[in-house]
Design a protein around this ligand. Structure first.
Ligand code: NAD
Length: 512
C-alpha cells in the first residue's frame, strides 16, 4: 500500500482527520463531538520534517469540567448494561479499529514519526486489546467466602466511576488502547489526556469507540498541556483514579497530586533495562536481539534494552558485530515502507539524546557506530539521529544510568554471573531485562535475580495484552495488561447477607 506524502504531510493529515473525525479543526473529543479549547495555542510538528502541520488550543479546565460531567452520566448508563452486552460492544470496537487500520496507522506515522510498518502493528495490537478485554466483561466474577458465621459473604468488582489516564508521545495510540480497554471493561468512564505532541490518533480512537455503539461520553479525550489540562483532570472531583504513563519526573508530580486528593494512581514510568549476553549464547541471535531491543522505534520505547551487558570473553566480538549490524539498519522517512529507524519525536528529545551521547564520550565511551545527527533525504530539518553504539561504557556513567530514550546502546563488560546481576541491578529503574544464554539453570537464576517487572530469556520485547506489565523501583507501580491490569480498574466490595432466621444482632462484633 503506498502512502505518498507531499511536503510536510499537512494535506494528508487533513484528509485523515476528515475521514476519521469528520472535521479538520482539532480539539478535544467530549460527549460525541469535537470541542475546541480556549487555552494556549499548541503546534503539532512533523518529526521527520521539523515543521508544524496543525494547530489547536489547550483544552484547560473548562473543557475538562464538561468532559467530567459527561463521563459521569455515561458511566451510569454503561454500568447499567448487562456484562455480556458490554462485552459485545467492546468486541465491535476491535472490528471498527480494524476497518480503518491503515488510516489510523498513517495518522500515527505522520504525527508520532514512527515507521509506518510499526504503526500498522500497533493498530492491530490496539484492536486485540479491545477483543481481549471484551472477553473479560462477563467473567469478572467475585468470590463467595466461607466466613465462620451464618452470613453469606461475597465480593463484587465495582468500577471506580471516572478514571483519568495520561499518556506519552512515544506510543500514543497503543497506550490509549492499552488503558481504555481495561478501564471500560471494568465499567469505568474515561478522561484520556494524551501527550499534547501526539493527540490525533487517540482522539480518532474515541470516535471509533462510539461508532461501535459504546455510550457517547464514556471515553473523552481532553487535549492540551500537562500542567493545565491534565492537572485540571486530576483535580476534578469526578476523577477517582489516575493512570499515568510517562517520565519518572512527571510521575512524581502526578503521585503527589493524587495524594493530595487521596485517590490512587498507577505509574508506568521509564527504564534503563539491561540486556545481558553470556559467552555461551547463540551470538547471531543475541546480536539481532540487541538491535531489536534498542533501535526499533528509534529507541523511544520504555523497555528499550539500552544497556547491553556483555561477558568479557566475547565483549570485543559482540561490540564489533553489533556495530556492524547497526550500520546496516535502514533509517529513513517514517512513511517509507522500508524504513527501520525513524526520527526522534521532538526537538527537545533530540537535544537530550545529543547531549547524553556527548556526555558519554567525554566520560570515555567510544563511538563504535553512529554518534551524530543523521542526514535523511527529504528530512533535512527533521529530528533524525544515527543508530548509535557506545562501547567501553562503565555503569556509573550517565549514559548507563539515565534514560536516553533514543537510538543509543551503551555496551558494558562484565566478568561473571554475579557481576552481571550486580551491574543490571545497579540502576534506580526496574522495568525490563533479558539474558542470552544456552544454560537453562543460569537463565532461571538471572530471571530470579534481576530486578525488573518483565524479563526475557533468549528474546526481547515480547509483550502481549494477556500478560501483566509494569515496573519495579522507579519504573513505577501497579500493573497494566492481563487480569492484573484489569484489577487496577476495579474496587472490591465485600457484601454480608445474614441467612439465619432471627439471628442475634451482635453488638460490638467488628474488626477492631
Ligand atoms: P512526560 O512525563 O513528559 O509526559 C507524559 C504525559 O504527562 C503527557 O501527556 C504530558 O502532557 C503529561 N504531563 C507533563 N507534565 C505534567 C504535569 N505537570 N502534570 C500533569 N501531567 C503532565 O513523558 P513523555 O516525554 O511524553 O514520555 C516519555 C516517557 O514515558 C519515558 O520516560 C518513557 O519511558 C515513558 N513511558 C513509559 C511506559 C511504560 O509503560 N512504563 C510506556 C511508554 C512511555
Amino acid at each position: 500500500m503506498s502512502f505518498v506524502i507531499e511536503g510536510n504531510g499537512e494535506q494528508q493529515v487533513e484528509q485523515l482527520l476528515r475521514k476519521l473525525l469528520g472535521n479538520t479543526s482539532f480539539g478535544s473529543w467530549v460527549g460525541g463531538e469535537l470541542v475546541l479549547g480556549k487555552g494556549d495555542t499548541i503546534t503539532l510538528v512533523n518529526p521527520a520534517t521539523g515543521s508544524g502541520f496543525l494547530q489547536y488550543s489547550d483544552a484547560t479546565e473548562a473543557v475538562v469540567s464538561l468532559a467530567a460531567d459527561t463521563a459521569v452520566l455515561a458511566q451510569t448508563q454503561w454500568w447499567a448494561l448487562s456484562a455480556s452486552a458490554r462485552g459485545q460492544l467492546m468486541w465491535k470496537c476491535g472490528a471498527h479499529i480494524r476497518d480503518v487500520a491503515e488510516s489510523l496507522a498513517q495518522l500515527e506515522c505522520l504525527s508520532a514519526g514512527k515507521p509506518l510498518r510499526d504503526c500498522r502493528v500497533e493498530v492491530a495490537k490496539v484492536a486485540e486489546m479491545f477483543e481481549y478485554y471484551a472477553g473479560w466483561c462477563d467473567k469478572l466474577t467475585g468470590e463467595v467466602i466461607p466466613v465462620p458465621t451464618s452470613h453469606l459473604n461475597y465480593t463484587r468488582h465495582e468500577p471506580f466511576g471516572v478514571v483519568t489516564q495520561i499518556t506519552p508521545w512515544n506510543a500514543p495510540l497503543f497506550t490509549a488502547g492499552w488503558q481504555i480497554a481495561p478501564a471500560i471493561c471494568a465499567g469505568n468512564a474515561v478522561l484520556l489526556k494524551p501527550s499534547e505532541l501526539t493527540p490525533l490518533s487517540s482522539t480518532a480512537l474515541a470516535k471509533l469507540i462510539e461508532q461501535a455503539g459504546i455510550p457517547v461520553g464514556l471515553v473523552n479525550v481532553i487535549n492540551g498541556l500537562g500542567n493545565t489540562t491534565a492537572t485540571a483532570a486530576i483535580a476534578n472531583k469526578a476523577t477517582k483514579k489516575v493512570i499515568f504513563i510517562g517520565s519518572p519526573q512527571t510521575g512524581g508530580v502526578i503521585a503527589s497530586a493524587c495524594a493530595q486528593r487521596l485517590i490512587p494512581c498507577v505509574l508506568e514510568l521509564g527504564g534503563k533495562s539491561a540486556n545481558i549476553i553470556f559467552e555461551d549464547a547463540n551470538l547471531d541471535r543475541a546480536v539481532a536481539g540487541a538491535q531489536a531491543a534498542v533501535f526499533a522505534a528509534a529507541g523511544q520505547s520504555c523497555v528499550s534494552g539500552s544497556r547491553l551487558l556483555v561477558q568479557g570473553t566475547v565483549y570485543e566480538e559482540v561490540v564489533e558485530r553489533v556495530a556492524s549490524a547497526t550500520r546496516k539498519l535502514k533509517p529513513g522517512l517514517p512513511w517509507n515502507e522500508d524504513t527501520m529507524v525513524g526520527p526522534i519525536n521532538n526537538a527537545k528529545q533530540f537535544q537530550h539524546v545529543t547531549a547524553l551521547v556527548a556526555d558519554g564520550v567525554s566520560q570515555g565511551a567510544v563511538v563504535a557506530a553512529g554518534g551524530m545527527a543523521d542526514n535523511i533525504s527529504g528530512g533535512e530539518n527533521g529530528f533524525f539521529y544515527q543508530p548509535t553504539v557506545l562501547a567501553n561504557v562503565h555503569n556509573s556513567m550517565r549514559v548507563a544510568q539515565e534514560e536516553i530514550f533514543g537510538p543509543v546502546m551503551s555496551v558494558i563488560a562484565f566478568e561473571d554471573e554475579d557481576e552481571a546481576v550486580a551491574t543490571a541491578n545497579d540502576s534506580r529503574f526496574g522495568l525490563a531485562g533479558a539474558v542470552w544464554t544456552a544454560d537453562v539453570g543460569r537463565a532461571h537464576r538471572m530471571a530470579a535475580k534481576v530486578n525488573a517487572g518483565t524479563f526475557w530469556v533468549n528474546s526481547y520485547k515480547a509483550i502481549n495484552v494477556m500478560s501483566p506489565f509494569g515496573g519495579f523501583g522507579e519504573s513505577g507501580y501497579g500493573r497494566s495488561s492481563g487480569y492484573q491490569g484489569l484489577m487496577e480498574y476495579t474496587q472490591i466490595k465485600s457484601v454480608w447477607i445474614e441467612t439465619a432466621q432471627n439471628a442475634a444482632i451482635q453488638f460490638g462484633y467488628a474488626i477492631e
